[in-house]
Design a protein. Sequence first.
Length: 176
Amino acid sequence: MAVPLGVRRRHNTVITQILLQSFAVRPGAIVALYWPFKGEFDPRFLVRQWRATGARAALPVVVQKGAPLEFREWWPGVATRKGVFDLPVPLDTQVLRPDILLIPPVGFDAQGYRLGYGGGYYDRTLAAIHPAPLKIGVAFELSRIASIHPQPHDIPMDVVVTETGLHSPREFIQKR
């Protein structure tokens, strides 16, 4: 949150372009995004462009504490209510299973593991979704840490995208 707004906006633009150039999202694909919180990368501009090519979007919903997330279809202007952290939750829209999951880490490490806000919702959700979606961690480079010291329940991202590029855990390990 200490990163100046202008810097965050520049990073958002770069990350959006990297994602658009790196992932061809097919029409009908379901992309789960998150509503930006506490200075995180804002995926709404990216998802707007993917929606324009025929993708569908969904936002996470906490249905009960300790349970996996549910993903409800979202589009600009859909009716919402306030959910956890006062983040918007779509009202009365279809529950979808994502093909691609954009996940915001508070921190991430070289093996693709991420730190969240401590509720374990994404790890529980990833363990429950079959087949597994493409897991894309989206963060600013300043969130990189040496290790999150993953626990047995932690699930790594398939790729982490920052303003410096697209990074797979294999690339992280090879650079060490």
